[in-house]
Design a binder for this molecule. Structure first.
Ligand code: SF4
Ligand code: SF4
Length: 510
């Protein structure tokens, strides 16, 4: 694509130089159009990657922000399917980031800042969830609809996404603690692994804060020797990033990730103050908030690296992992930014589905036999497949556990969750959700597996609210399915699945 920036303008702004470099790579081939979810819905070229690239070029060249430009840029899900599809290597992801930051500085969007604060502030979201759930229980359906129609548009769509269950904060992953590998909890752990009391007992006995552990080492030499032997034998210490929204909306995914890692021999460190990674704020273009979250996360991770010697940060939420892996490219000139720390953290973050290998999983044979009767559709989150290039690994893990895994048609197309997209662009998000639910319906699975909190919430609520479709199959995180196959609880959302009730109860931990 041709551009007309003067050398003087480019010399003044490194980000404008990046914009120019990216724009010049686009050859207008249009290969990206059919993977773009918004183009598939609207058939409007301005809602396609190629159209948005034109708009961004004009915005920077003319140094003017037209309402039409922000309208179509706001409608981009940032799913990055176009980046995967582009044969010319156009970094649309970087381009839209720079363009969004530019338009948001000029708009001073206070509503977006408030929305990001609400979603990432632990107690604000919790109180909101409890209030919303109380209203759902107390009011008949008609009154709920009336009240919802009186709410501001974005708040009404946030209410639509409320889970039917308000989860109590997790006892396992909500507070700071060290979760030891199961093999060190009890010598006969492997022999007992298929029995509910043994597993349930172990899960309750795992708590031990790192600071308590350090004190006891100082006090007792025998304990010190035992611990040294133990530390030599564990596979390694990992830090589990438990995030923000997932703690409130889907805490069972963190619990399952923690126990699954412990089952595979890792010591799992949980730091309750390692919270929002900044992905939501970044998606919404609220860069000051994103930078603050990034700085806090880098600080907490470096603290664990220095204090415990962790070498990996594991996340179960694909969106968080994608964002943290890019910390190194997000540093600004803000004094809060730590360039060296950002690059270090970005290099040690890994999604749990890529970190674990099939041969690591201690799958219980009786559970594999049950899993073989469950047709599981895998919904590949955009942030995992396009953002991190993780496509086959979750499938391999699920297949190794025995599940009859099926892939979805249009598997590269976004489900409409996309950070805060399903709140800020509810109509398009609803269309994309319906399209994804139809794709799921077409393969008639018993249940669905995904790997990102946003997709889980979007499809779980969506299935129950799309007129005429009835209840969608239950959906749970990949690690919830794997953890069950290795001896953990049945995924909460899938307890009604007949396969679990046709099998011996002691194998299921329902
Ligand atoms: S596929 Fe790449 S080069 Fe082709 S139009 Fe899309 S962004 Fe441009
Ligand atoms: S990021 Fe996704 S929604 Fe945005 S232009 Fe690319 S394919 Fe379309």
């Amino acid at each position: 694509m041709q551009t007309t920036f003067t050398p003087e303008r480019l010399a003044e702004s490194p980000s404008l130089q990046s914009v120019d470099d990216i724009l010049r790579k686009c050859v207008h081939c249009g290969f990206c159009l059919t993977t773009c979810p918004t183009y598939l819905i609207t058939h409007n070229e301005l809602d396609s990657p190629r159209g948005r690239i034109w708009l961004i070029r004009d915005m920077f060249q003319e140094d003017t922000i037209h309402a039409e430009t922000t309208f179509h840029l706001d409608r981009c899900t940032t799913c990055e399917a176009c980046v995967t599809a582009c044969p010319a290597g156009v970094e649309y992801d970087r381009l839209i980031d720079i363009a969004r930051a530019h338009t948001n500085v000029h708009r001073q969007n206070k509503n977006m800042e408030l929305l990001v604060w609400f979603l990432t502030a632990k107690w604000a979201l919790r109180i909101g969830l409890l209030a919303g759930r109380a209203a759902q229980i107390a009011l008949p359906g008609q009154q709920q609809g009336l009240i919802q129609s009186l709410l501001p548009r974005r708040l009404a769509h946030l209410v639509e996404l409320l889970p039917h269950t308000v989860h109590t904060p997790s006892a396992l992953t909500e507070r700071s603690q060290l979760l030891l590998p199961y093999a060190f909890q009890d010598a006969d752990a492997t022999a007992d692994a298929a029995t509910e009391p043994a597993i349930a007992g172990k899960e309750k006995r795992l708590a031990e804060s790192p600071s308590t552990s350090a004190n006891s080492r100082g006090r007792n030499r025998d304990n010190q020797d035992n611990r040294d032997n133990r530390d030599d034998a564990i596979r390694g210490h990992v830090l589990l990033h438990t995030g923000c929204v997932q703690r409130q909306m889907w805490p069972q995914m963190n619990d399952a990730a923690a126990t699954l890692l412990a089952r595979t021999g890792y010591a799992v460190n949980i730091d309750a103050s390692l919270e929002c990674c900044g992905a939501l704020a970044h998606h919404a273009g609220v860069e000051t908030k994103a930078a603050a979250h990034r700085a806090s996360c880098i600080d907490r991770v470096m603290n664990a690296v220095d204090g415990i010697g962790i070498r990996k940060v594991i996340t179960a939420s694909a969106g968080c992992g994608t964002h943290m892996k890019r910390y190194g490219t997000q540093v600004t000139e803000s004094p809060a930014d730590n360039e060296e720390g950002a690059e270090f953290v970005a290099a040690i973050v890994e999604d749990v589905t890529a970190f674990l290998k099939p041969e690591d999983l201690p799958v219980i044979p009786e559970r594999r036999a049950v899993a073989q009767t469950i047709v599981l559709a895998y919904q590949s989150p955009c942030s995992l497949q396009h953002g991190q290039g993780i496509v086959d690994q979750p499938l391999a893990l699920l297949k190794h556990a025995g599940f009859a895994v099926v892939e979805l048609p249009e598997k590269k197309i976004c489900c409409g969750s996309a950070g805060v997209y399903n709140i800020t662009q509810p109509e398009l998000a609803a269309d994309l959700r319906a399209r994804k639910l139809a794709a799921i319906d077409s393969v008639t699975p018993d249940a669905v597996a995904s790997a990102n909190v946003g997709c889980l919430v979007q499809l779980d609520r969506g299935g129950k609210q799309t007129p005429g479709t009835g209840d969608a199959p239950p959906i749970a995180h990949v690690v919830e399915w794997l953890n069950w196959a290795c001896g953990g609880d049945v995924p909460q959302t899938a307890r009604t699945l007949p396969q679990f009730h046709q099998s011996a109860g002691h194998l299921l931990n329902t």
